[in-house]
Write a protein that binds this ligand. Structure first.
Ligand SMILES: NC(=O)c1ccc[n+]([C@@H]2O[C@H](COP(=O)([O-])OP(=O)(O)OC[C@H]3O[C@@H](n4cnc5c(N)ncnc54)[C@H](O)[C@@H]3O)[C@@H](O)[C@H]2O)c1
Ligand SMILES: O=C(O)[C@H](O)COP(=O)(O)O
Length: 601
């Protein structure tokens, strides 16, 4: 594994408002200084989250609230302070969470709205060490900008094997017969079972686990059909499984195995009405979620002889009540949510979730994000410099708005030779939103909550693709951000149609600002930028350059865009360090400079 670095910390980087009141000329040039007084991260990657430091070290703190495999803990400990506190009460969890940057749970911990509210904004990642995320309030997580990641692959085989184990054990009364023998009985006639070979198995939910169950059931000689509204037909064909409607599946099956997630649409999917449509004597296996079955209706269906047997690993309430009629039913076999519980799966899940959580805390996009757009790794790598460009253009554009906060309508244009389907702009849009909102509010914006936050603030972002001729080798030629219905504190940033307009492109992997209003410039988007409009004349670069040089402010780049020789020009100056107020005031006093603005990136 690559060595782990300390996470990026938020450091004050534009604290002008904490200084004494500014001279009036300076205030005129920077009418919204106070708005930019909050702290920003000094260096930003295309981050989803940035962990805060704990009070005693620079490491983030990860609370592991349920048992996690050793290999995962070791990975976490290389990067974070790891607090393994199992069996916390809801109140204890809420108390602890305000001290944690990440939380790792399995299915036994309810991560509800209260947990996010109690975190005070510190909780940045919830890692679900498994597949089902029905125990995490995703809406609350998203609203709080908290990324939720899961470990979707490592326990697939374990769950499928447990499904098959329950199927066979149920058909041959293994659990009941075992209990009987241990009770001193020898009831060979009572526990005559049914055969699997030649029987029809309906797999409901033909995802990862469902298809592995289907594959294994085929090996046992069963006829397998499946119902899944979203499963691709070719995947089913490849395994030799026929995809059918829900009604057909339940009406023809001798055995039904459940493998869908618990969602509002699947909640109590098996109920009185659907049991009534089943073949008499059907046998049901559930290693998905208890809530997909109306458990009281199942008891009725068992008693009515519609359902001959059931084998259940999961329950709507876990653990179920000891006197639960369902659990105690003679023809029901139960296990305590053991589907993922093999040594191998737990080590795999622990590693999968630890890597996802550490990656997210380092600011990387997680491939297993549940409440953020999933962007494949190769697309991420390709988009990385454009992601940075997008955020910086948003950040620049909003700082050009007089008053800053009246931003409601933003138009983003992507010029690209790629077909629209080959260009995923969700990430870019999120980062533009981040760039626009963060400088003017105290909200932390990331890929998770960007759309939600924009909506909350009434910020409408429309996107436009400009299809260019040429080679689609690079994903984008340029990104343009326009803010409409506002005034600018730098009039030259206004386009002819009255919007603030900035445009940029990536050159040699580095984001550049290439247009301000209708002026073409070329300045790399690093450090900060001073934009000056001046009467185009010789010596301006030298004059401003020497004012900056006198204060030892390193100029990284200068570029002049003009309308015509000796008319107006916009000079863009990239500076590594922040010039003092006095220096900026001196620049503003250069007679040929008509307006200027200092923009923090
Ligand atoms: N008992 C355990 O310990 C255990 C272990 C692993 C997984 N699980 C559970 O098993 C379930 C499946 O896990 P997975 O990894 O296969 O997930 P998955 O996302 O790969 O598969 C779920 C499938 O269900 C389908 N689906 C969604 N709505 C449906 C509907 N209304 N009808 C039919 N199908 C529908 C989806 O299209 C998807 O193909 C999850 O609920 C998971 O939590 C339980
Ligand atoms: O959804 C899952 O991954 C399984 O139900 C496993 O849950 P567990 O991590 O609580 O065993």
């Amino acid at each position: 594994m690559a060595s782990l670095k300390t996470p990026t910390l938020k450091t004050p980087s534009f604290a002008l408002s904490s200084k004494p009141r500014l001279p009036s000329a300076f205030s005129a040039a920077f009418p919204n200084t106070a708005r930019f007084s909050r702290s920003y991260p000094q260096r930003r990657r295309f981050l989803i989250v940035t962990a805060s430091s704990s009070s005693f070290s620079n490491k983030p703190t990860v609370l592991v609230a349920e048992k996690l495999g050793e290999a995962g803990l070791t990975l976490l400990q290389e990067f974070a302070n790891v607090d393994c506190s199992y069996n916390l009460s809801p109140e204890e969890l809420c108390t602890k969470i305000s001290l944690c940057d990440a939380l790792i749970v399995r299915s036994g911990t309810k991560v509800n709205r209260e947990v996010f509210e109690s975190s005070g904004g510190r909780l940045k990642v919830v890692g679900r060490a498994g597949v089902g995320i029905d125990n995490v309030d995703l809406s609350a997580a998203t609203e709080h900008g908290c990324l939720v990641v899961n470990a979707p692959t490592a326990n697939t085989v374990a769950a499928a094997e447990h499904g098959i184990a329950l199927l066979a054990a149920m058909a041959r009364n293994v659990a009941q017969a075992d209990a009987s023998v241990k009770a001193g009985k020898w009831q060979r006639n009572k526990y005559v079972g049914v055969s699997l070979v030649g029987k029809t198995l309906a797999v409901l939910g033909f995802g990862k686990v469902g298809s592995e169950v289907a594959r294994r059931a085929k090996g046992l000689g069963m006829h397998v059909i499946a119902h899944d509204p979203y499963a691709p037909a070719d995947r089913a064909r490849a395994i030799g499984v026929e995809l059918v409607s829900f009604d057909e599946a339940i009406a023809t099956a001798d055995f039904i195995s459940l493998h869908m997630p618990l969602t509002p649409a699947t909640n109590k999917m098996l109920n009185d009405e659907t049991f009534a449509k089943m073949k008499k004597g059907v046998r049901i296996v559930n290693v998905a979620r208890g809530g997909v079955i109306d458990e009281e209706a199942l008891v009725r269906a068992l008693d009515a002889g519609i359902v001959a047997q059931a084998a259940l690993d999961v329950f709507s309430e876990e653990p179920p009540k000891q006197d639960s009629k369902l659990v105690q039913h003679e023809r029901v076999t139960v296990t305590p949510h053991l589907g993922a519980s093999t040594m191998e799966a737990q080590e795999g899940v622990a590693i999968e979730i630890a890597e996802a959580v550490v990656g997210a805390l380092k600011g990387e996009l997680a491939a297993t994000a549940v409440n953020a757009p999933m962007v494949p790794a190769e697309v991420l790598t390709e988009l990385k410099p454009y992601v940075e460009l997008a955020e910086k253009l948003g950040r620049l554009a909003v700082q050009l708005v007089a008053g800053g906060s009246g931003v409601k309508t933003v138009k983003v244009s992507y010029a690209s030779s790629r077909a629209p389907d080959d260009l995923d702009t969700r990430l870019l849009r999120a980062m533009i939103t981040k760039g626009i909102i963060e400088p003017i509010s105290s909200v932390f914006v990331n890929l998770v909550n960007a759309d939600y936050t924009a909506k909350q603030r009434g910020l409408r972002i429309t996107e436009e693709r400009i299809l260019l001729d040429g080679s689609p080798e690079s994903p984008l030629e340029s990104i343009q951000v326009q803010i409409a219905n506002v005034e600018s504190k730098f009039a030259s940033a206004m386009s002819e149609s009255g919007e603030i307009k900035v445009e940029g492109r990536v050159k040699d992997g580095i984001p550049h600002l290439t247009k301000v209003g209708s002026f073409e410039v070329d300045v790399s988007l690093e450090g900060s930028i001073i934009l000056c409009r001046q009467v185009d004349q010789p010596g301006m670069i030298g004059t401003v350059g020497s004012i900056l040089g006198e204060e030892n402010v390193n100029v990284s780049f200068m570029s002049v865009g003009r309308v015509a020789p000796r008319k107006h020009a916009v000079m863009a100056i990239g500076v590594d360090d922040q010039p003092s107020k006095e220096t900026l005031k001196r620049i503003g006093e250069v007679p040929a400079i008509e307006e200027f603005v200092f923009l923090k990136l």
